[in-house]
Design a protein around this ligand. Structure first.
Ligand SMILES: [Zn+2]
Length: 366
């Protein structure tokens, strides 16, 4: 029944000046299959509680929905297509009454800008940040969209890999700033295929909490604040995952950080005895490599502590040992001597490496 209430093509307020090829669908896949020209994009809209997809040009969507005050729209950030970097910050004010979302942003912003500058040689004046915010007593929210001058990300999987790089960078610079990621104020789960992202001027359905900036809400303003532009360019930012591989879509932003095999406990004990306590473990299972941040800044290469950078142990299971390395750029290619595992540690690593891989059985029926 509710379907009949939807604003389909026959809708009364359809502007007559447009020869519209606008079509609506209930299934995302059908919407994608109906795309006929490269000016068209896909939106998710909601009317009378029902969600549906709209395929049309940006101009058509603006005229028919946003400009008519129908502001419950999401951009579909389509998989494997170029897009700008987008970031979503959310703070539950009831759980964190003293944390302001704008303070979290200025902290994260300094790291994102630093990663652009130091790892991608993109200067700050090439970064244009589109900032949207919405707030209510329960929640502080911000969306940030980075437009990089003359460049674009190859897909939103690359945005995810970039942000995992930022997270790793924060960790190596200042462990205490990791609270942004640990408490999920920075949402790392948004870099998935065909991601829905609420647009400037829009609210969740049933709430009147619209994403705003300080500019007048015009077609030009809205369209220039989208994540996936129609004219995409092809000068891509060369992003890699932390292990050097091609960026991938992951179901959880947390990725594999934190995963540890059984033998890791013994290894970490040995590292703590010989160097310092391990604060965090990053796993690169395909290479049997683990990078473990150490609770020390005393750099063996510099001979004294760095003001910011910490050290990490680079564990190679297959080699039965590890080296210590430094997060500082100045020490990038340096490595200490190789520290072999103790005999007892060697035993448990050997057991881990030789054991059969065991996946949970799938239970059929009941
Ligand atoms: Zn160093």
């Amino acid at each position: 029944m509710a379907l009949l209430d939807l604003p389909l093509e026959t809708d009364l307020y359809k502007p007559t000046s447009i020869v519209s090829k606008m079509t609506t669908f209930y299934r995302q896949q059908e919407a994608f299959e109906s795309l006929t020209e490269n000016q068209q994009v896909v939106f998710q809209n909601q009317s009378h509680g029902q969600r549906y997809y709209v395929v049309c040009t940006n101009r058509e969507y603006w005229d028919k929905y946003l400009n008519q005050g129908d502001r419950y729209g999401y951009e579909v950030i389509r998989r494997d297509l170029p897009c700008h970097l987008y970031i979503d910050l959310d703070i539950n004010k009831e759980a964190f009454p003293n944390i302001k979302v704008c303070d979290v942003w200025s902290k994260l912003e300094s790291y994102v800008d630093m990663v652009f500058r130091e790892l991608f040689s993109i200067p700050i004046h090439d970064l244009e940040k589109k900032i949207h915010y919405s707030s209510c007593p329960k929640k502080g929210s911000m969306h940030i969209i980075y437009n990089v001058k003359g460049k674009i990300f190859r897909s939103n999987a690359h945005c995810g890999a970039f942000m995992r790089g930022v997270r790793f960078y924060v960790e190596s610079m200042k462990e205490e700033d990791m609270v942004m990621f640990d408490e999920k104020w920075v949402d790392m789960g948004i870099y998935t295929p065909n991601r829905l992202f609420r647009m400037l001027g829009c609210s969740k359905y049933g709430q009147d909490r619209f994403l705003e900036n300080n500019n007048a809400y015009t077609y030009e303003e809205w369209v220039s604040n989208k994540v996936q532009p129609v004219h995409r360019g092809s000068n891509f930012i060369d992003v890699r995952e932390l292990d050097g591989s091609e960026p991938k879509y992951r179901s959880y932003g947390g990725g594999i950080t934190g995963w540890q095999p059984d033998c890791m406990k013994d290894i970490l004990e040995q590292i703590e005895e010989e160097h310092a306590k391990v604060t965090r473990v990053h796993a690169f299972p395909l290479k049997s490599v683990f990078a473990c941040n150490l609770n020390t800044k005393l750099c063996p290469f510099k001979g004294e502590p760095h003001s910011k950078n910490g050290l990490y142990a680079n564990i190679k299971l297959n080699d039965y040992g590890y080296t210590v390395r430094c997060h500082s750029d100045k020490c990038r290619n340096r490595e200490t001597m190789f520290y072999p595992f103790n005999d007892s540690v060697k035993q448990s690593v050997k057991m881990f490496l030789e054991q059969d891989v065991c996946l949970p059985a799938i239970v059929h029926g009941n």
